[in-house]
Design a protein around this ligand. Structure first.
Ligand SMILES: [Zn+2]
Ligand SMILES: [Zn+2]
Length: 163
């Protein structure tokens, strides 16, 4: 499993490999480290965020946004060229062909997990239980966003609840 996260200490973005035997997440740029507990993952798949301990992770397709945009763009341009040459049927076939490839790619793309609180990304997590990690929930995300805003607005002397 690959983990991409923003280090809570040095704030650098780090990518680390987490195997079944890995006992802690370490920042490669500073001394930050967090021990992975036995309850943190089940069969190699994270149950909660391994960086901040947040219980809520959302599941999404590990689909590069750029690839999706390029696909859509290529489809639209080629179908426009077909229309320019008075080939409406060909234009439709091109558009539908690209939509189909998009759909197939989406189906075979693996899931990745994203933490609501710290936005750490877990890739190659293996089989993900859809009940434990549902798809993105806007309401839940709003709750974490407001929590983050509150923490940022709080004076530095405020005591943070220890995790
Ligand atoms: Zn760091
Ligand atoms: Zn997190």
């Amino acid at each position: 499993m690959q983990l991409v996260f923003d280090c809570p200490k040095c704030l650098n973005t780090a990518a680390v490999a987490v195997e079944e035997t890995t006992s802690a997440v370490d920042c490669p740029n500073c001394s930050w480290s967090r021990t992975i507990g036995p309850a943190d993952r089940v069969q190699g798949s994270p149950q909660r965020c391994l960086v901040c301990g947040c219980d809520d992770l959302w599941r999404q397709k590990d689909f590069p946004i750029l690839l999706g945009l390029v696909m859509v763009g290529t489809g639209v341009i080629s179908s426009s060229i077909a229309i320019y040459y008075y080939q409406p049927v060909l234009s439709m076939v091109i558009l539908m062909g690209f939509a189909l490839i998009d759909m197939l790619l989406f189906l075979v793309m693996p899931d990745c997990l994203v933490c609501y609180r710290c936005h750490a990304r877990f890739r190659g997590t293996g089989v993900v239980n859809p009940d434990h990690h549902p798809k993105f929930d806007l309401e839940l995300n709003e709750r974490y966003r407001q929590e983050a805003a509150r923490l940022q607005g709080a004076p530095p002397s405020a005591s943070h609840p220890s995790t």
